[in-house]
Ligand binder design. Structure first.
Ligand code: HEM
Length: 305
């Protein structure tokens, strides 16, 4: 019996439509390109992990941008159920995004500086503030700080892209416009504002969220939207917390890009929590009406308005 295993010749075509030298898998997922994109500059054995971790974050930020764009289109078409389904995916994407920090949690200051000391001489002085995907995602979440555009002057195409994102409505703006169309009292000063300047929280919007949540059996879909936005804000804030802790662990109080201490620069940004009135309204959502003997003074006043 001939037990020779017959193997295909390395040059034989695989599937119609697949380019020579590829399998359908490598062609579809571009694995050869993907695995050619890591170029360590140091001889530190952990630099590859650092690069992969940052690149995976980049991919997830872009994915979140695309999902938010889709959710905005759905909200503009008043397809609330579709928008909620899309935004649930954004909540899901924050899980692996935030888990990337575990992949570089082994780093001590010695490890980080061994890598960074080789990055500078090859690429120049860098800061993650030059990352446009993160900034575009942040603009879409409604945190509009035009000063960050300066980092993209050397990249005119990205500068234009981000300037456009700065000037356009954020996800929160589209949510508020949808609430307005549903009959909630969202003031024109909120809906027709200059979207490129930082958002100023508005008491009428707080009251709109209070009304959305007032009765658990009414406006259920809008409550689901509110909770999904709260999950997204939590995922985003969790990333910022993990980043801050990684900075504390590996960098301490050293001066960073701007010459100020990195931690001192990062700490105030922890207060950048998307969808402000969705959070502040929780100080009085559910308060009993004024006549109730258990009512509180201030919260009670808002509940009665
Ligand atoms: C563990 C080592 C890290 C340290 C010590 C560190 C340090 C810092 C510091 C000091 C800043 C403030 C701006 C500046 O001075 O450059 C910053 C900002 C930032 N870093 Fe990191 N970073 C680290 C890892 C990462 C990683 C792995 C990513 C993901 C790709 C990242 C993404 C960012 C982003 C997006 C900002 C802007 C944050 C904001 O605008 O609130 N960093 N980082």
């Amino acid at each position: 019996m001939n037990d020779t295993v017959k193997t295909a010749s390395p040059t034989s075509p695989t599937t119609a439509g697949t380019p020579a030298g590829h399998t359908p898998y490598s062609d579809w997922l571009q694995t050869d390109v993907l695995h050619s994109l890591q170029h360590p500059v140091s001889d530190h054995p952990g630099e590859h992990a650092w690069i992969v971790s940052a690149q995976v974050s980049e991919l997830y930020w872009m994915l979140i941008i695309k999902e938010i764009h889709a959710a905005q289109a759905q909200l503009r078409a008043d397809d609330l159920a579709g928008a909620c389904r899309t935004l649930r995916r954004v909540v899901a994407h924050h899980e692996p995004l935030n888990a990337t920090w575990r992949s570089i949690a082994w780093m001590t200051p010695v490890d980080l500086l061994a890598i960074l000391s080789c990055v500078g001489p090859k690429y120049g002085k860098d800061t993650a503030l030059q990352g446009w995907t993160y900034r575009q995602m942040v603009y879409l979440l409604g945190i509009k700080q035009g000063e960050h555009l300066q980092h993209f002057l050397p990249q005119p195409q990205r500068w234009e892209q981000l300037s456009k994102a700065l000037a356009e409505p954020s996800l929160y703006d589209d949510v508020l416009a949808h609430l307005g169309r549903k009959g909630f009292a969202v003031p024109a000063v909120v809906l027709d504002r200059d979207f490129s300047v930082p958002y100023t929280p508005d008491q009428a919007v707080e009251n709109a969220w209070r009304d959305v949540y007032a009765d658990p059996d009414e406006h259920r879909e809008l409550q689901q939207l509110g909770e999904t936005l709260a999950d997204i804000a939590e995922g985003f804030s969790a990333w910022k917390h993990l980043h801050l802790m990684a900075t504390r662990r590996t960098f301490g109080a050293r001066p960073a890009y701007f010459g100020t201490e990195g931690i001192a620069w990062l700490l105030p940004t922890m207060n950048e929590i998307p969808f402000p009135e969705l959070w502040s309204a929780r100080g009085f959502i559910g308060d009993p009406p004024a006549v109730c003997p258990h009512a509180r003074g201030q919260g009670n006043a808002r509940a009665a308005e």
